[in-house]
Design a protein around this ligand. Structure first.
Ligand SMILES: Cc1cc2nc3c(=O)[nH]c(=O)nc-3n(C[C@H](O)[C@H](O)[C@H](O)COP(=O)(O)OP(=O)(O)OC[C@H]3O[C@@H](n4cnc5c(N)ncnc54)[C@H](O)[C@@H]3O)c2cc1C
Length: 507
C-alpha cells in the first residue's frame, strides 16, 4: 500500500488560512500530536500548529520510557500504573519500530530504602496491574543472579534484587509518528508556526480560532476553528493568558535532568534501577547505543521551559549515583557526553508538595471562552489522554464521522531501508545522510536542529552535540529546501544557538 504524501509547507500554510477547522490543536509535543492524530482519524477537520518543532519541548527530554512506572507504586498511584501498563502493551504492538521491550535489573543493597521483600511485593503488584500480560514477569534474583545480569554493579553489600520488564522508545520520533499520521489522514500540520493570539468574533464571545505566525516565512495567518485546544505542556499558562480570563496556574513544572555517558565506562548490559545515594529517589541507568543515559532529577524550578538546562549540581547528583552503583566507572564531569533538562507539565491543582511524589495524572478543563486545555500526563499514556480529550471535543463539535481507533491502528514513522552506498553521518552511530533527506522530504524537518536534535539523536550522542556535523547537514538540507549560501550559514548559526541553549550546563 502506498503511503499518502504530506503536502509541502507552502500548501499547508495556505490551508491554515483557507480551511475552517473543527479543531485547532496548539502545541506539537506528544500530547498535541496524539490528539491531532486521534481527531483526524475520527473524521474531524484538524489543524496542528507547533511553535518550534514536534517534540521540541518536554517530549524530547524524557527518559524515553514507555513504562508502567514502578516509582508510582510507592505513592499509591495504582490507577496510573494500570493505565500506563495497558498503554505500554498497546504501543509495543502498534509501534514495534519505536517501542521496544527493555529488561531492568533492580539491585538491593544492605540497608536500602526498599528491602528485598518489599521489592518482590511491589513487582508482583506491578505484574498484576499489567494483568500479567507484560512482556515477561518479574523474577527475584539472588546476589549471584544480579551480578550475572549486571557484572559491573558494586558487589559490596549487595543482597540480591529482581529483574522486571518495561519498554523504551525514541520520544521525538514517537511524537513525530503521530504528527505524520495526523497529516497523512487529513490534518493540516505545521511546525515552526506559533499561536500569538486567540481570536473571538465578539468581544466577550467564545474563542473562534487563533492568529498564527509562520516563524520561517514571517506571515501571520488567521486560523478559524470551532474548538481551540491548548496542548502546550509547560507553556499552558502562557496560552491561557492569551484568552484574557484571569485564572490560577494550570501547570506546576518540575525540572528533570539527564546525562549521557559512555556505556563502555559504566558497563551496564541493560537498564538498571538505582536508588539515589543522596536522597533515596528511584533513578535509572538506561542503555542508549554507545551511551548510558542516567536520570533523572525532579526539582521545583523557576526556569522558563524554553531556557531550562542542566546545572552542574544536577550533573554531580547523577554522577554520584552512577559511580556508587558502578564503581569502576569513576565518571567525572569531563566524561559527560551531553546533559539536558526538561520540565514536567504537572497539573497544578493536585500537586503542591514534594516534586517526586507529585501525581502524573492528567486533567482536561474548558475555560469560560471555550478553550479546551490538557495538562499533566506522561509520554506513555498519551494515546489514552488523546482519546479522552477528543471525546470532549466531539461533544462540543457535535459530530464525528468515525469512532476512536487509535487503540488498534499501527503508527507510521519507520526509517527508510538503507540505500546502496549510503554514508553515515558519524561512523560510530546509526544515522545516515539518507536520514537527512527523509527528514526534509517526509518528516517536516525545516532546520538543522530538527534533524540533529529530533529526527536523529546525534546532538545527544556526540560530545560536540553535533556542531561538527552541522555544516554538512545544512548543506544537504539547503540543496533540498533551496537555501542560499547565506541561508545555509544562518542555519548553522541557528543550530549553534539551539545547542548552546539546550545542552550548556549552568554553574
Ligand atoms: C525529565 C523527564 C523525564 C520524563 N520521562 C518520561 C518517561 O520516561 N516516560 C513517560 O511516559 N513520561 C516521561 N516524562 C513525561 C513526558 O515527557 C511529558 O509528560 C510529555 O512529554 C509532555 O508532553 P506535552 O506534549 O504535554 O508537552 P511538550 O512536549 O512540552 O509540548 C508542548 C509544545 O507546545 C509548544 N508550544 C508552546 N507554546 C506554543 C504556542 N504559543 N504556539 C504553538 N506551539 C506552542 C512547545 O513548543 C512544545 O513543543 C518525563 C518528563 C521529564 C521532564
Amino acid at each position: 500500500m502506498s503511503t499518502p504524501s504530506i503536502p509541502r509547507r507552502a500548501q499547508r500554510l495556505s490551508e491554515l488560512g483557507d480551511r475552517r477547522f473543527d479543531l485547532l490543536v496548539v502545541g506539537g509535543g506528544i500530547t498535541g500530536a496524539g490528539i491531532a492524530r486521534d481527531a483526524a482519524r475520527r473524521g474531524l477537520a484538524v489543524a496542528l500548529v507547533e511553535r518550534e518543532d514536534f517534540a521540541a519541548g518536554t517530549s524530547s527530554r524524557s527518559s524515553r520510557l514507555i513504562h508502567g512506572g514502578v516509582r508510582y507504586l510507592e505513592h499509591g498511584y495504582l490507577h496510573l500504573v494500570f493505565e500506563a501498563s495497558r498503554e505500554r502493551r498497546r504501543l509495543l504492538e502498534l509501534a514495534p519500530h519505536l517501542v521496544r521491550p527493555m529488561q531492568f535489573t533492580w539491585p538491593v543493597y544492605q540497608g536500602a530504602r526498599v528491602p528485598r521483600w518489599q521489592l518482590a511485593a511491589a513487582l508482583t503488584l506491578y505484574d498484576a496491574l499489567a494483568l500479567f500480560r507484560n512482556v515477561g514477569r518479574h523474577h527475584r534474583l539472588g546476589r549471584d543472579g544480579v551480578l550475572a545480569a549486571e557484572p559491573a554493579l558494586a558487589p559490596d553489600g549487595l543482597r540480591g534484587g529482581a529483574a522486571y520488564w518495561d519498554a523504551s522508545t525514541d520520544d521525538s520520533r514517537l511524537t513525530l509518528a503521530n504528527a505524520i499520521d495526523a497529516a497523512q489522514v487529513s490534518a493540516t500540520v505545521v511546525n515552526h508556526a506559533e499561536v500569538v493570539a486567540l481570536t473571538r468574533a465578539a468581544a466577550n464571545g467564545p474563542v473562534d480560532g487563533a492568529l498564527v505566525r509562520d516563524l520561517i516565512g514571517g506571515a501571520e495567518i488567521r486560523v478559524q476553528a470551532r474548538v481551540v485546544l491548548n496542548a502546550t505542556g509547560p507553556w499552558t499558562d502562557e496560552v491561557l493568558r492569551m484568552e484574557g480570563t484571569p485564572t490560577g496556574p494550570a501547570v506546576r513544572g518540575t525540572k528533570g535532568v539527564h546525562i549521557a555517558v559512555p556505556a563502555a565506562r559504566v558497563g551496564n548490559r541493560s537498564a538498571v534501577t538505582m536508588l539515589s545515594p543522596d536522597d533515596g529517589r528511584v533513578m535509572f541507568a538506561l542503555p542508549a547505543g554507545t551511551h548510558t543515559i542516567i536520570g533523572t532529577t525532579d526539582t521545583a524550578t523557576p526556569e522558563h521551559p524554553h531556557e531550562v538546562r542542566a546545572a552542574s549540581g544536577d550533573v554531580r547528583y547523577l554522577l554520584a549515583a552512577c559511580n556508587r552503583f558502578f564503581p569502576a566507572a569513576r565518571l567525572t564531569e569531563d566524561d559527560v557526553v551531553s546533559a539536558w533538562a526538561g520540565i514536567r507539565p504537572l497539573v497544578a491543582s493536585t500537586n503542591v508538595g514534594d516534586p517526586s511524589s507529585a501525581s502524573r495524572e492528567h486533567a482536561i478543563t474548558t475555560t469560560a471562552a471555550g478553550v479546551v486545555t490538557i495538562t499533566g500526563g506522561k509520554l506513555t499514556t498519551y494515546r489514552a489522554m488523546a482519546e479522552q480529550c477528543v471525546d470532549v471535543v466531539v461533544r462540543r463539535v457535535g459530530r464525528a464521522v468515525r469512532k476512536c481507533d487509535t487503540a488498534r491502528a499501527p503508527l507510521p514513522g519507520e526509517r527508510a531501508a538503507t540505500a546502496p552506498g549510503d554514508v553515515r553521518l558519524d561512523e560510530a552511530l546509526p544515522w545516515r545522510e539518507q536520514d537527512v533527506d527523509q527528514a526534509v522530504r517526509h518528516e517536516f524537518a525545516e532546520t538543522v536542529s530538527d534533524v540533529l536534535i529530533r529526527r536523529t539523536t546525534l546532538a545527544f550522542d556526540r560530545k560536540d552535540n553535533g556542531r561538527a556535523l552541522a555544516p554538512r547537514v545544512a548543506a544537504r538540507m539547503g540543496a533540498l529546501l533551496r537555501w542560499t549560501d547565506a541561508g545555509v550559514r544562518n542555519a548553522v548559526e541557528e543550530f549553534e544557538r539551539d545547542v548552546h541553549r539546550i545542552f550548556t550546563v549552568t554553574r
